[in-house]
Each structure stands twice: as structure tokens, then as C-alpha cells.
Design a protein around this ligand. Sequence first.
Ligand code: 13P
Ligand code: SF4
Length: 310
Amino acid sequence: INKKILLQQKIIKLKKQKNAVILAHYYQLPEIQEIADFVGDSLELSRKAAETEAEIIVFAGVYFMAETAKILNFNKKVLVPDVNAGCSLADGCPPDKFREFLKDYPNHKVVTYINCSAEIKTMSDYVCTSSNAVKVINSIPKEDKIVFAPDKNLGNYLIKETGREMVLWNGSCVVHEAFSLEKLIDLYQKNPDAVIVAHPESETHILKTAHYIGSTSGMINYIKSSPEIKFIIATESGILHKMKHEVPHKTLIPAPSKEDNSCACSECAFMKMNTLEKIYNCLLNEFPEVKLDRNLVDKARIPIEKMLQC
Ligand code: 13P
Ligand code: SF4
């Protein structure tokens, strides 16, 4: 038996012993997705975190996702394989700066993308993910003015989709900004029968080329139900594991990035910080654990629950 399988078996045994559940995002390494109890996009993972009856949640994703799980389960232990697995969107929106920013926009409803810290969530009227953002914005009364943070690319997409004016925080995802329009057009010219699918965190010029725009799960469902057989995928490469499994007979081409590197598709370095070893160790030692202040959790839970009910 090889090392990977051995470690996977040890994790599975340990999580049974400890009544733990492993929640993993689609951007996690394939060997992590294989042992997870549930793999999903950020909305699905929040729903699973809210529903779980396990005593311990191991969150294989990035830190803001584990924080969201903790906010929804204050009395449960939420463990992360690596506390340094951040996110350029969450890290690019520091709470003190955001608080100052909001002073210029009194009487605005504050909508934040779930990719932000728990403290930013306490300043939010609504939280959304990429799969329900349009629905959340449309649920806000027309007369209300809106501030949207932290992703300007998703924000611009939402302005176009909903027709609502919004003040945007200037944040972005390093991974989804890495796609090259020039190379994408080149690739499409060589593959005119391909369908381009993109995550709404991508820049406007990339989204303009896309035939389908959606969340991680949205894209997986789209390529499954589409009669087409060739797709160019403009999102993080981890998604290909699930896609290849779902549609083994279809051709999936990663969208090219600006940098010339061996991996044509962008990888989220934060997501890839998690390894099987780190998962095993965090479960064994019950550390690192997400710890949040009770008052902060009580405030941050309100906009998240509003989203889960939307
Ligand atoms: P999803 O909501 O599609 O899971 O996106 C999360 C994310 O971080 C994308 O970069
Ligand atoms: Fe954050 Fe981008 Fe990584 Fe998603 S892909 S976790 S938005 S840095």
C-alpha cells in the first residue's frame, strides 16, 4: 500500500473515532477530496456546516470558510489543516480600513461576498456567495443603496446582471485575475467548438468571452447537463478533479494564464497549502482550532443566516 492510501486510511479511522466530519472545497487536492465527507462550493459547504451533527469539523478549504463554519457552530470544534491558508479577497479587505470606507456611505446596505473575515461579516447586512449573489442583490428593496465588497470583479458582474448601482470595494482574487485574454482568444480560435465557462471572480474582459458564468458547483452542473463535449474552464484547477469524474468522455481545457508555467490553469496557493499530513495532524492534535469571540459570532451569524434562508 502506498503512503497516500495509508494516510487516507488513518484519517478515515481517526475521524470515525472522534466523530469528526471533513468538509472540503472543490479546489482541494484530489487526495483530500477523496477522503472528505462532503465536497462542495462555498454555499454548499456553509449549508453542510450548519447541518452537521458531528462534534468536530475539519475544514479543508481556506480560513474564511472555516470561520464561517465556526460562526454557524459556535459550540463545535472547527479545525483547520493550516491557519495560513488565507485568501487574497479576504486579506485585501482589512476591518479597520473597511470601517473607515463605510463612513463615506451612510444609509447604504452592505453586501459582502463570503470571501471576507468574520469581522467584516459583522459590518454586513447581507452575505452572499457566487452562487446566490444575484438572488441576494435582487432581494434588496430597489430604493436601497448598496455597497458591495470585497470583490470588484464579482461586483461589476452583479451590476450588469441586476442593473443595480453599487459602490465597490477595490479587491480581487489573484487566481481569477491570472487568466490571459489574448491567450484565451487564441485557444478559442484553435477550438471554435469549445464552450467557455468562467467563475464570476474573473475579470470583465474574460467574462465577456464566457458562454456560461457561475459558481464552482454551477460550472460542474453546467458541463454535466450541456450537450456540448468540449469546454475551456476559466477557474481554479482543482475543479477539474470533479469535472473529469463527472464527464470522463468530455474534453476539458484549462484556460491559459498570463504567466508561462507548467500548469496552464491557475492554482490557488492558499487552497493547496492543505495536505493529507496536515489533515491527519490537526485531527490527531485537535489543533489548529478556529477560535472566535462570542459577541463577534453573534453579529456575524445574522447576515450569514439571512443568506442561507434566501
Ligand atoms: P465558490 O463559491 O464557487 O465555491 O467560490 C469560492 C472561491 O473562493 C472561488 O475562488
Ligand atoms: Fe481566495 Fe481566489 Fe483562492 Fe478563492 S481562489 S480562495 S477567492 S484567493
